[in-house]
Design a protein around this ligand. Structure first.
Ligand code: F6P
Length: 381
């Protein structure tokens, strides 16, 4: 049975939801979705049930605890067959910050209200004793604020951008790179067939990990990152040099947040209240500039949300499962205010504050960048 705003947790009559549980936890998924979310949910639910705990699922970030969506019991049946599914059975939102909840003012302007006390009270009324929140930097910042208000909460880092500090990888990243690489392989053939410049835009607002990993793995000619502002003339020189050497096509991968030296990233579309500004459109801008400066026929493509969908890779399914199991152990060990993190070869827990200190970004001295340059890949600088 599900409830919308009534917070009733009358549950299906199964052994997973009898009243003799030793602890009741709640799990939520926030921010952009990522392949692997369902594998985390499944691992949390099965690990918790193995301890005799009871699990509730909060729909759409924290909306289920604000009367804007449901709170549902999660049982073995709930998570059966979801390991390989993209998306999240709990759904998500990147507009649900309970501390600055978007509201429409009487004068028609948009405002924000703090609904955190309401959330905490509703959780108490449901008998929720601890939270496991799965999210990126935005969700982890909310979790830190809840922790500071006495909420017992553990985090699982999630983003295809892989820009959460303190963890070698976040689940979703490997799948996004695989999706981008598949696109690069396909674009190589059409670019070569037409002697064209092909510019592929991938996700990565502040960090260019997807562009870097997929670009190097895909043996492209130019990789443009937010961390290394580019000189359009340098990019065009790569095109000209390749042309003169008989390699009549050029493959360029650009992170959506990349920008020219002295410039700013491209804005694409209008974001809604409570959402981060939307970046994008750099690929089309670059293709037009390159064509105008070099005379080479240029085309562009934005991979967009294809990188957020689909079935998680085996690596992401395993990492997500490891994170879910570790999060339940962190709850059992009362590591409140901590998130699980991959610090190869182990999964550890680190304070939210450590993860939130800064956004993890590509280090221009990283071996992948150094090797890419040695192989002749240009970063436009
Ligand atoms: O943070 C993950 C991410 O996919 C970014 O790479 C991208 O810029 C953003 O989310 C897109 O957000 P939305 O789904 O709101 O368009």
């Amino acid at each position: 049975m599900r409830s919308r705003g009534k917070f009733s947790t009358c549950c299906a009559n199964t052994s997973d939801t009898n009243s003799a549980y030793t602890m009741r936890i709640a799990i939520s998924t926030g921010g952009g979705d990522a392949p692997g979310l369902n594998a985390v949910i499944r691992a949390v639910v099965l690990s918790a049930l193995d301890r005799g705990w009871n699990v509730l699922g909060i729909k759409r970030g924290y909306m289920g605890l604000l009367g804007e969506d449901d709170v549902v019991p999660l049982t073995r049946e709930s998570v059966r067959g979801i390991q390989h599914l993209g998306g999240t059975i709990l759904r998500t939102t990147n507009r649900g910050n309970p501390f600055s909840y978007p509201v429409l003012n009487a004068d028609g302007s948009m405002g924000e209200v703090d609904r955190s006390a309401e959330l905490i009270e509703n959780a108490r009324n449901l008998g929720i004793q601890a939270f496991i929140t799965i999210g990126g930097d935005g969700s982890l910042a909310i979790a830190q604020q809840l922790f500071e208000r006495g909420v017992r909460i553990v985090g699982v880092p999630k983003t295809i951008d892989n820009d959460v500090a303190g963890t070698v990888a976040t689940f979703g990243f490997d799948t996004a790179v695989s999706t981008a690489l598949e696109a690069i392989d396909k674009l190589h053939t059409t670019a070569e067939s037409h002697d064209r410049v092909m510019v592929l835009e991938v996700m990565g607002r502040n960090a260019g990990f997807i562009a870097l990993h997929a670009g190097v793995a895909g043996a492209v000619d130019v990789v443009l990152l937010p961390e290394i502002p580019y000189d359009i003339e340098r990019v065009c020189q790569v095109v000209r040099d390749r042309d003169h050497s008989g390699r009549k096509y050029t493959m360029i991968v650009v992170a959506e947040g990349a920008f020219p030296q002295g410039g700013t990233s491209s804005v694409a579309g209008v974001s809604l209240p409570g959402q981060a500004p939307r970046v994008g459109g750099i690929a089309g801008r670059l293709a037009n500039e390159i064509q105008a400066r070099t005379g080479k026929e240029s085309r562009s493509m934005v991979l967009g949300h294809l990188q957020r969908g689909g079935m998680p890779t085996g690596y992401d399914r395993l990492l997500a499962t490891r994170f879910g199991g570790a999060a339940v152990r962190a709850v059992a060990d009362a590591h409140w205010g901590h998130m699980v993190a991959l610090q190869t070869p182990r999964i550890v827990t680190i304070p939210f504050t450590e993860a939130l200190k800064e956004t993890k970004r590509v280090d221009p001295r990283h071996d992948i960048v150094l090797t890419a340059r040695a192989l002749g890949i240009s970063f436009g600088d």
